[in-house]
Design a binder for this molecule. Structure first.
Ligand code: NAD
Length: 337
């Protein structure tokens, strides 16, 4: 293909195991002849005054321009006077929904073999607004902000996702019996949006009951939408249902059609640089990016190669009980393409 046929996408290899697993994705994409040209951006060593963060203005511009990207994990450098890298990305790019598909991997045995759900987390407000202060000594206050605008936006995304992916039901997860104003408003917005999607079943589930149901029978759920903190916790619970952090992908959806895919896990400093990391989560995140770009053939081909490699069981990384290195596992995926 000539340069002009290629789709440009931003790639942040990130920290820790990030560069190793990003390299796996690049190799697999190349072998599968995916028409993507990566624009690589690294986390800087100095704070960029324009972003007040180690992420440069140019990096953010790259995502805004390309509208698609893949992000490795980023460790938050210790020190004052800068913003967390992930928070910078979320705020600057207005990444309002975090979508985490979670399904049982055929051939990799866990307690359940019928998990197939999507958690959609509101990503910009709620308990993560960063508005905390001390009232008097011994008393602190943290503000949970829920707005009609952000709630409608994430609810609309959830119903649109359900409809366009052939899903049947959306469950709004809440604690409105106690958080009457905040979660109450969130639910009200979900109900309003539900009315525009009569073909999708809508239900409301209190978060404590939701946890119990997820652990007892995760097949009860389809698409779940919820405020920020609940989404953070529930989506990790769901990752645990299917085999852990090495496997679970996600995609951040932003204003103006931006999609920035990333694995759920962090930079795993304990195994970084040792060729031990499981690249599956980042690779499946890259697959969600391909689906966003409607490159469904390539997405299907790569996803099948990953799942078949894991199901075959010959090459698995240590987190899945195997002895393969990152590079051997990557090579096995390429052989399965
Ligand atoms: P972590 O997810 O990095 O690691 C937790 C455990 O899971 C470790 O034992 C690690 O070895 C293992 N693990 C994670 N990913 C793996 C993979 N792909 N293959 C095999 N094993 C894997 O969580 P942490 O240790 O709490 O955080 C480390 C750093 O990452 C921190 O600086 C944190 O702020 C950052 N972090 C970043 C993101 C992000 O960029 N989105 C998310 C979470 C944590």
């Amino acid at each position: 293909a000539s340069g002009s046929d290629l789709i440009r996408a931003t790639l942040f290899p990130g920290d820790g195991i990030g560069p190793e697993i990003a390299d796996s994705v690049k190799q697999v994409f190349k072998a599968a002849e995916v028409p993507i040209e990566w624009e690589e951006h690294y986390v800087g060593k100095e704070i960029d005054p324009r972003t007040q963060s180690f992420l440069t203005w140019e990096s953010l511009e790259s995502v805004r321009r390309n509208k698609v990207g893949l992000k490795g994990p980023m460790a938050t450098p210790i020190g004052k006077g800068h913003r967390s890298l992930n928070l910078t990305l979320r705020k600057e790019l207005n990444l309002y929904a975090n979508v985490r598909p979670c399904y049982s991997l055929p051939g990799y045995k866990t307690r359940y073999d019928d998990v197939n759900l999507i958690t959609i987390r509101e990503n910009t407000e709620g308990e993560y607004s960063g508005l905390e202060h001390q009232v008097v000594r011994g008393v602190v206050e943290s503000l949970k902000i829920i707005t009609r605008q952000a709630s409608l936006r994430v609810a609309e995304y959830a119903f649109h996702y359900a409809k366009s992916h052939g899903r049947e039901r959306v469950s709004a997860i809440h604690k409105a019996n106690i958080m009457q104003k905040t979660d109450g408003l969130f639910l009200k917005c979900c109900r309003e949006v539900a009315e525009n999607y009569p073909e999708i079943k809508y239900e409301e589930v209190i978060i404590d009951n939701c946890c119990m149901m997820l652990v007892k029978n995760p097949a009860l759920f389809d698409v779940l939408v919820m405020p920020n903190l609940y989404g953070d916790i529930i989506s990790d619970l769901c990752a645990g249902l299917i085999g852990g952090l090495g496997l679970t992908p996600s995609c951040n959806i932003g204003e103006g059609g931006i999609a920035l895919a990333e694995a759920v896990h962090g930079s795993a400093p304990d195994i970084a640089g040792k060729n031990l990391a499981n690249p599956t989560a980042l690779m499946l995140s890259a697959v969600t990016m391909l689906r966003h770009l409607e490159l469904h053939d390539k997405a299907e081909k790569i996803q099948n190669a990953i799942l078949n490699t894991i199901a075959e069981g010959k090459y698995r990384t240590a987190d899945l009980g195997g002895t393969s290195s990152t590079s051997d596992f990557t090579k096995a995926i390429i052989d399965h393409l």
